[in-house]
Design a protein around this ligand. Structure first.
Ligand code: SAH
Length: 343
């Protein structure tokens, strides 16, 4: 059956027309789903019994169950949600001074194969639907009894490889009649699917685009990230420049520092050359070593030196605070989990 949370408000209006109802009912349903957060159609009490009946007949409301919840000493919470088809996904809640941020998954598994990431090496299963992306946020809000102010697409999966559903999820989350999180509080992170960056530039959604760069030349980047064999750094940087020109938005470049691989001053110099003149920000992430992974974390000393060197040369760079590493919830530590012990 169709999950009612899979529809944007405009699509929901079309759905209602199809079942012979007035489109404005869609706004009422949106209100019940995303403001009142009801879990079944019976509770939508300003809808006629006959409409509630039609909804029950034609749609489900997807409500995730929490399979597991782990809390870090720094307040980060990692959730394992049952996505109701025998699979499970991870979602992370981070608490910052400026509010609560949720890191959502966009796919069950990932096809990108980045060597340093724990989501790699487990087969890709499927895309998440837009409703399943939205539900991660609703389920966490319900669990903590508080509102979430920021959402980052940095969990499992490559969001731009599930483009349509991710865009729809953003439109649902962003809609003023619903959850109403401003686009500027939404970040989409990509390993660099160049054609989709051009598509995103045309969507007119002023969200933040983050690019997982991690290396400054093709040899190193292709070693770390197979996607670089398809879209080379030059193409990626050109797409980023075109994105900035089209949207007037700043791009955030993620750079995970790995000891003796991409963390010396030569790398910093190449990075400066690459990004010079761009409206960009560099987010330095101390790489998290994964099981059997070849990349290990840079020393704190090197990370600070790297940051300072960039800053001294006109590139704005900050070091991302590591949250949740004691519960395997930090960057790159999430992996797809099956139910019932099936691998
Ligand atoms: N597929 C998307 C989003 C998911 S990964 C992307 O590639 O951007 C979210 C961020 O965590 C990316 O910047 C990714 O490169 C980074 N990351 C993955 N594994 C990591 C690790 N082991 N240590 C630090 N950062 C990691």
């Amino acid at each position: 059956m169709k999950n009612i949370k899979d529809y944007t408000l405009e699509e929901l209006k079309e759905q209602l027309k199809e079942i012979g109802e007035k489109p404005f009912r869609a706004e009422q349903i949106f209100h019940w789903l995303y403001i009142e957060k009801v879990k079944n159609f019976q509770d939508m009490t300003n809808l006629s019994l006959s409409l509630r009946g039609k909804l029950i007949e034609n749609y489900t409301i997807c409500n995730f169950n929490i399979l597991k919840k782990q809390e870090s000493s720094d307040g980060t919470i990692k959730y394992l949600f049952d996505v109701l088809d025998g699979n499970a996904i991870e979602t992370v809640l981070m608490q910052y001074h400026h509010g609560k941020t949720i890191c959502v998954s966009s796919q069950i598994g990932c096809k990108m194969g980045c060597k340093f990431c724990a989501s790699t090496g487990i087969p890709f299963i499927r895309n998440l639907t837009s409703g399943e992306i939205v539900e991660q946020l609703l389920a966490v809000e319900q669990d903590i009894g508080d509102r979430i102010s920021n959402i980052v697409f940095m969990g499992i999966g490559e969001p731009l490889d599930n483009y349509d559903n991710v865009i729809k999820a953003i439109r649902i989350i962003n809609h003023p009649n619903g959850i109403n999180i401003g686009a500027r509080h939404i970040s989409v992170s990509t390993s660099g699917l160049v054609p989709k960056i051009y598509d995103l530039a045309k969507e007119n959604i002023p969200c933040t685009l983050s690019i997982s760069l991690h290396a400054t030349n093709n040899e190193k980047r292709s070693n770390m990230m197979p996607v670089n064999n398809v879209y080379k750094i030059e193409e990626l940087i050109k797409a980023c420049k075109d994105y900035i020109a089209a949207t007037n938005r700043r791009i955030s470049f993620e750079y995970a520092l790995a000891k003796d691989s991409n963390d010396n001053l030569e790398d910093a110099k190449e990075l400066i050359k690459l990004l010079r003149g761009m409206n960009a920000h560099v987010n330095l992430i101390p790489i998290n070593k994964i099981e059997n992974g070849e990349y290990t974390k840079s020393t704190n000393d090197n990370i600070i030196k790297f940051r300072d060197y960039l800053n001294e040369h006109g590139i704005v760079a900050t070091i991302r605070r590591e949250l949740g590493s004691d519960i395997d919830a930090a960057c790159g530590q999430l992996r797809r989990k099956n139910l019932g012990g099936k691998k």
